[in-house]
Design a protein around this ligand. Structure first.
Ligand code: ACO
Length: 428
């Protein structure tokens, strides 16, 4: 018999099975808890709640381990490219040469966007935050491809929706940027690889041939790979819970983009660079800002520090810190905020407050410095995160559908008024 967990309530004992994952992670299966005991669990912020069994990403926050489909993130970041990683996440295996060529071609084939999308884009004021624009444009795909709305569509229709999404997202991201600049959009170029094509759509002057520096496209590939999936985080859980109602792929991903937007999640990369700029403008006194972060009467937090699951180090932050040094050197960029970032990191890692709470730099502490060196403006950083996270969201949505998970519907402990009678307005 498998290992059991015993729970005693009011002197009565109940047994629950323990699930063991492939990396020996254990979870008490409380699926029958309410039926057998009348109780539910209380776990605000889902800090101890496993909502699914997933075969996509493995993460050990204590050891600082992250792998996609079993492949360590360090190897993928060094040796693979973003499209290959996207294929791996979505379909479960690294592609053969022929599979990759077919995938790449299909993405090229679908990278154009219906011209009517420009009308939607034109409706936004140029000062709109590009995350809001992106989530709206992604959701608008439901109108252009109504077959994507059918929850029981064939595998081919679902896969076509997936390919369209990966193909059109970079075009939409670049168009959201062009809109914010009041500039004409650039169309995708089939002969360019994914990241180079993206940089072309972002930065090409329509009257010139745009040369993409391989250092830039390599850096972008690395950043997107590092962000490609991160198991059941806030935005991914959002995608899964929206998808569990049988909502469309595009509707679910649009919801995920909105969840990612917040400063405690994907929005942190924008906040980090704004914080570093503010520290520099204030004279660069890192001690003063560390003290502010520790002061419980001050709402300031050291952005890019701390993580819900990594309590030793974030493996992505290690890769990014090194990549940041390399890229800045190769591009000959000297960004003064890099030394402020390093000083802050060094001071925080020695400070009792941060050590005690196991607060380390996360993936976003250095990513903004790289994005800035690539010429990507601050308000686009979170959009870049969304571009990277897309294959992970798709893989998680697909897995949820394939394993036929039920609709997500947490419970609550009600702490409001007991039943009371309605009082007419004039008597209140
Ligand atoms: N600066 C100062 N103190 C912090 C920080 C920080 N960045 N992060 C956590 N703390 C403190 C909290 O005040 C709390 O202290 P207390 O125990 O004295 O009350 C303790 O550390 C634990 O923090 P929680 O907020 O409870 O930790 P939680 O796991 O809920 O939050 C989070 C994790 C949201 C990432 C948090 O560390 C944070 O706000 N970091 C800054 C924002 C950030 O960088 N977000 C990006 C996360 S990575 C990503 O989404 C890709």
């Amino acid at each position: 018999m498998s290992e059991q967990a015993e729970l005693i309530i009011g002197g009565k004992s109940y047994n629950f099975p323990i699930l063991v994952g492939t990396e020996n992670e254990k979870a008490i299966d409380i699926g029958k808890l309410r039926d057998t005991t009348g109780c539910i669990t209380y776990d605000v912020g889902y800090k101890n709640t496993g909502v699914t069994k997933s075969a996509i990403t493995y993460l050990d926050g204590e050891q600082g381990i992250l792998s996609y489909r079993g492949y360590p993130i360090e190897q993928l970041a060094e040796k693979s490219n973003f499209l290959e990683v996207a294929y791996l996440l979505i379909y479960g295996e690294l592609p053969t040469k022929a599979q990759y060529a077919e995938f790449d071609k299909r993405i090229d084939d679908h990278s154009m966007i219906h011209e009517d999308v420009k009308t939607i884009l034109d409706g936004f004021p140029s000062y709109s935050h590009p995350m809001g624009v992106l989530s709206s444009l992604i959701c608008s795909l439901t109108a252009f491809y109504p077959e994507s709305l059918n929850p029981n569509a064939s595998e081919k229709v679902i896969n076509d929706s997936i390919i369209r999404l990966i193909a059109k997202m970079p075009t939409m991201v670049a168009w959201a940027y062009k809109k914010s600049k009041g500039r004409p959009v650039n169309y995708p170029i089939r002969s360019l690889e994914y990241c180079s094509n993206f940089m072309h759509m972002m930065f090409a002057n329509p009257t010139e041939i745009y040369e993409v520096d391989p250092v830039v496209s390599d850096a972008l590939n690395k950043l997107l790979i590092l962000h490609a999936d991160h198991e059941q985080n806030c935005s991914t859980s959002t995608v899964r819970i929206v998808g569990s109602s049988m909502a469309s792929l595009y509707g679910s991903i649009s919801a995920g983009i909105n969840a990612l937007w917040g400063p405690l999640h994907g929005g942190a990369n924008q906040e980090v660079i704004e914080m570093l700029d503010a520290i520099m403008a204030d004279g660069g006194d890192t001690k003063k800002w560390i003290a502010k972060a520790k002061d419980k009467n001050d709402s300031f937090r050291l952005m890019g520090f701390g993580h819900r699951v990594y309590k030793n180090f974030d493996p992505r932050a290690r890769i990014i810190k090194k990549a940041c040094d390399d890229i800045l050197e190769k591009l000959g960029v000297n960004d003064p905020v890099l030394s402020i970032a390093k000083e802050l990191e060094e001071a925080a890692l020695k400070d009792e407050y941060f050590v005690e709470r196991k607060l380390y730099p996360n993936v976003d502490f250095y990513s903004g410095i790289i994005y800035r060196a690539l010429g990507i403006p601050t308000n686009m950083f979170t959009v870049m995160f969304a571009l990277g996270r897309l294959p992970g969201w798709i893989a998680q949505w697909k897995e949820l559908r394939e394993t036929k998970e039920p609709i997500g519907r947490p419970r609550q402990v009600y702490v409001g008024h007991n039943s009371r009678n309605y009082v007419p307005m004039e008597s209140r």
